[in-house]
Each structure stands twice: as C-alpha cells, then as structure tokens.
Design a protein around this ligand. Structure first.
Ligand code: VGL
Ligand code: ZN
Length: 183
C-alpha cells in the first residue's frame, strides 16, 4: 500500500505569503494530478501559535486558523484523507509531519498498511526534508517526488544540499512523470 504525503501546501509558503518558496504554487497542479494514484492521501499543516520561539528564526507564518495557514486554494483538498497539524506548540520548530500533535502519523500509516510513502510539498529543505528523514527512520520506503516540491533557498546551495542529504539517507528520487506514465 502506498501513500502520498502533502507537506505544508499552505498560502504562506506560496508567492504572496509570509514565508514564500519562490514558485511554491507550482507544486499544486502536479500534486493534483497525482491524487488519484495512491491508496491514501495525507497532508500536514504548519500550525503555529501566534507567539512561538520558531518566530525568532522566521517571519511569522502559518498561524493557526489564519488565511496564511489555509491550503493553497487550487489544491484539491477534498481528496485528503487526514490532516496532521505540526509546529503547534511554542517551544520547537516542528518541521516534520511526524511531529504532528493532533494524531500520530506513523501509527496512522502503519494502521492503513502503508509501506511506501511518496513525499511532496513545501519546503524542500525544511519540512519536506525533515519529514523524509523521519519516514526513513520509521522504516517506510520513502520517495521524494522531485517536481512536486519547492524550496525557499535562503542560501543558494540549501536545496541541492537537502536533496543530497535525503538521498544519502536512503530516499529515492522520482518524478510525477514516472508515476503517471502508463506501465
Ligand atoms: C517550514 C520554515 C518554517 C516548511 C515551516 O514548511 O518547510 N519552513 N516553517
Ligand atoms: Zn513554520
């Protein structure tokens, strides 16, 4: 059984948002095209309190129950089976979807018989990377869909370095084209 994980496809990580990945919105049509190809679709949301130590590193973003924390309006969110909220407390970053506090992502995926996890979303070098790393530690066969992620790129090498760290840890790189082509 295989699951698609949508990491933080939220307004604040898209152009016009508080902490945008340049071209972050470009993941939306790619993700939409993949939604019917999986047994299960799960999504994380960065879901911060108004005041948190996280905002000492970052401009305030994805404050719970605000417009910036909503999914991008183009995302076919009705196809998501379950949403995992993370970064919810005021003392840590909560980058990984596996740090969700409303439900346990590992237990949920194992309970559904998921062995393979395909990761998409925002942002490549923070929440996508940390989610991929934890998925590998939890024993999932983990893929990153290269054309379905976008990074912030604070430093020019951050995104390629993150991809090479994920590969070294055992993540497999794949494109949406590989998943959608017949056979
Ligand atoms: C993220 C920076 C701060 C992410 C979240 O979703 O990658 N990045 N908070
Ligand atoms: Zn955040």
């Amino acid at each position: 059984m295989k699951a698609l994980l949508l990491v933080d496809v939220q307004n604040d990580f898209c152009p016009g948002g508080a902490l945008p990945a340049p071209f972050g919105d470009e993941v939306v049509p790619v993700i939409n095209s993949l939604l019917d190809s999986f047994d299960l679709v799960v999504a994380s949301k960065d879901w911060h309190p108004p005041q948190t130590v996280h905002f000492e590193k970052w401009p305030p973003h994805c404050v719970r129950d605000t417009h910036g924390a909503e999914f991008h309006p183009g995302l076919k969110a009705e196809k998501i089976d379950k949403i995992f909220l993370k970064g919810t407390d005021d003392k840590d970053d909560g980058y990984s979807a596996f740090e969700a506090t409303n439900a346990d992502l590992t237990d949920y995926l194992r309970g559904k018989g998921i062995k393979q996890l395909f990761v998409t979303g925002l942002t490549t070098e923070y929440c996508v990377k940390e989610s991929v790393m934890e998925a590998l530690r939890q024993g999932f066969e983990t893929f990153m869909i290269e054309d379905a992620v976008k990074g912030i790129g604070v430093h020019p090498d951050d995104i390629p370095n993150a991809i090479s760290d994920m590969q070294k840890a055992g993540a497999k790189m794949i494109s949406s084209y590989d998943l959608l082509k017949p056979n």
